[in-house]
Design a protein around this ligand. Structure first.
Ligand code: ASP
Length: 335
């Protein structure tokens, strides 16, 4: 215990200095919900009208989730439904509006997890499934597996009732411009990927929830990173990295996927609680502030008591938090 107190004493004040956050917990018995629409190098100079567009999009999704949880729906159903709304919204890098890979195509990743049972499902590199999060749920419910990729995932989709679209359906002009910029930057800067500042990859979406029965769930969906190599798999479909839920907490991540994979961020948040005695807030802050590097991104999380947190080390992260006590906030930057 003394070691933990010492660690907390050292880590928390440092974390306060080096990452941004929203939320912070009060103990609660009812439902609780957090969403994100991606982290990255958003600029505080973004015109107010543009910021408002994003805030409105987040508000729609958060309000929908609030209504479903308040009427007693399960965390798992709500996470899937809220992520579907965000996938359908072209503002975000998931579903319609997903970023392009280096070949000018879209390869989509998603995963979903039920904290009560540890059941989970994921898809990676899907190209024609309108809502990849629902295919991930079907992998969880209709197969013996956790993760299906590419053609195998597409063929599985053929056998299920899921809406299909041509790959070009995911196209948007703003993502095409971002790809052109990244490819230009890459051509002038050598073989390495463009720096995060021009990756324009933000916009991954996620939802974590605790329902009235006390169950936790997490769902995350993305187009990945602009100009990624085709075949690249990020953290989002990897259970334990970009998305995770158990009996302790549910976590959804966004940012440079390779970093979230290296540090197995989703499961590490809950492991610090389980084995280190940390609170959700302490655990999430320590990982985002100390383990990850500046501008890697952030996460949202909810614990079994309904405490919510949103942490990021990039300039901003689209996020929203709501709970049964009446909290309802959406934001992009730290207040
Ligand atoms: N984490 C996602 C990926 O690396 C991208 C993002 O969240 O912006 O695929």
């Amino acid at each position: 215990m003394r070691l933990i107190s010492l660690l907390v004493g050292v880590v928390v004040p440092f974390a306060l200095l080096s990452c941004r956050s929203a939320g912070g917990g009060t103990k609660l018995d009812g439902w609780a919900l957090a969403i994100h629409g991606g982290a990255g190098t958003l600029s505080k100079n973004t015109p107010p009208a543009k910021r408002q567009e994003y805030e409105e999009a987040l508000t729609v999704a958060l309000a929908y989730g609030r209504e479903r949880l308040a009427r007693g729906d399960s965390a798992l159903d709500v996470c899937e439904a809220v992520v579907r709304i965000l996938e359908d919204d072209p503002h975000f890098n998931a579903g319609k509006g997903a970023v392009y890979n280096e070949k000018g195509e879209h390869e989509l990743d998603a995963s979903i997890m039920d904290g009560a049972t540890l059941r989970c499902g994921a898809v990676t590199g899907v190209r024609t499934v309108k809502n990849p999060i629902s295919l991930a749920r079907l992998v969880m419910e209709k197969t013996r597996h956790v993760l299906l990729m590419g053609d195998g995932a597409e063929q599985f989709a053929d056998s299920q009732t899921v809406e299909r679209v041509p790959n070009t359906w995911f196209d948007t002009e703003h993502r095409k411009r971002a790809l052109d910029e990244v490819l230009k930057e890459r051509a002038s800067g050598g073989a390495m990927a463009a720096p995060r500042s021009v990756q324009h990859g933000y916009g991954t979406v996620g939802c974590v929830a605790r329902d009235n029965a006390g169950n936790l769930a997490a769902a995350t969906s993305t187009g990945g990173m602009t100009g990624k190599r085709w075949g690249r798999i990020g953290d989002t479909p990897l259970i334990g990295a970009g998305n995770y839920a158990d009996g302790w907490a549910a976590v959804s991540c966004t940012g440079t996927g390779e970093q979230f994979m290296r540090h197995v961020v989703g499961r590490t948040v809950t492991a610090r609680m389980e084995f280190g005695g940390q609170t959700l807030e302490q655990s999430a802050r320590a990982i985002v502030a100390d383990t990850l590097q500046k501008d890697d991104g952030g996460l949202i999380a909810v614990d079994r008591d309904g405490n919510l947190t949103a942490q990021w080390n990039s300039e901003g992260m689209y996020h929203g938090l709501a709970d049964a006590s009446g909290r309802f906030t959406v934001g992009i930057f730290a207040k």
